[in-house]
Design a protein around this ligand. Structure first.
Ligand SMILES: Nc1ncnc2c1ncn2[C@@H]1O[C@H](COP(=O)(O)OP(=O)(O)O)[C@@H](O)[C@H]1O
Ligand SMILES: [Mg+2]
Length: 238
């Protein structure tokens, strides 16, 4: 059976003026449907660049990304956008909520955009309950704590039951209580709905929620022992 995600020899170099900054230098891996994979590695190792490519938010210079049978390079921009809305939930370190909308609308807008105007109300209530947001639905982002904002952002990412959840440092700005809520929700959603989750994190404890950890360094995938900052459970030195 084909993998759910196939990344093949991905390369990406940013150009700033005359300076070339290589971000990905040939990255290949597969993720099976329903796997929860964590990507770890030092700052600047190319994790966010990989996140954007897997989400179809930017294009690689070369290489291929295939998600659930769709090869991004063969989709038009419109098809890629439609695919993203249908199949992928995004969570960012900085929440990225719409400042003028309350929590309910920030979550609901994802249903509207996906064309599910009267989307699954039972699922909405359940997610809002599990994330402890019931009493916060009429608050705007500026009236919410960082942890609450990220819980709203996670609700938005999960509301359409996406087959794939991509999270870039989702607990990077959170205290431990909120981190636990976010990680437990990702885990539960992964288990119950068979969602594939790819989560970037700096935190070994967060990474330990995953079934598998991929280590990156200098734009490449490396073995755990080549990741000098890694003090996680898989590190052979510890
Ligand atoms: N938009 C950009 N323009 C220029 N260089 C960038 C841009 N985004 C990232 N980079 C560079 O690419 C490399 C990888 O960055 P990134 O993918 O953000 O790594 P990470 O998420 O692991 O910190 C870094 O050297 C970074 O400075
Ligand atoms: Mg990053």
């Amino acid at each position: 059976m084909a993998a759910f995600i196939d990344a093949v020899e991905l390369r990406k170099t940013y150009r700033v003026g005359n300076v070339e900054v290589p971000a990905l230098r040939g990255v290949s891996f597969s993720i099976q449907r329903g796997e929860f994979v964590s990507i770890v590695g030092p700052s600047g190792s190319g994790k966010s660049t990989l996140f954007y490519l897997l989400g179809g938010l930017t294009r690689a210079d070369s290489g291929r990304v295939i998600v659930d049978g769709d090869d991004f390079a063969q989709l038009s921009d419109a098809e890629r956008t439609a695919m993203r809305r249908r199949k992928i939930g995004f969570v960012f370190q900085k929440f990225n909520l719409l400042p003028t909308l309350d929590a309910r609308s920030n979550i609901g807008i994802a249903q509207d955009i996906a064309g599910r105007k009267n989307g699954d109300q039972a699922h909405f209530s359940r997610i809002v309950d599990l994330l402890g947001l019931k009493e916060r639905l009429h608050h705007r982002p500026s009236e919410l704590s960082g942890g609450e904002q990220q819980r709203v952002a996670l609700a938005r990412a999960l509301i359409n039951k996406p087959a794939l959840v991509l999270a870039d440092e989702p607990t990077g700005n959170l205290d431990s209580r909120n981190s636990d809520i976010v990680l437990a929700m990702l885990r539960q959603s992964n288990r119950e709905l068979g969602q594939t989750v790819m989560m970037i994190t700096h935190n070994p404890e967060a990474a330990s929620y995953a079934d598998r950890i991929i280590h990156m360094r200098d734009g490449q995938i490396v073995a755990p022992e080549q990741d000098p900052q890694w003090k996680g459970p898989c590190d052979w030195q510890h």
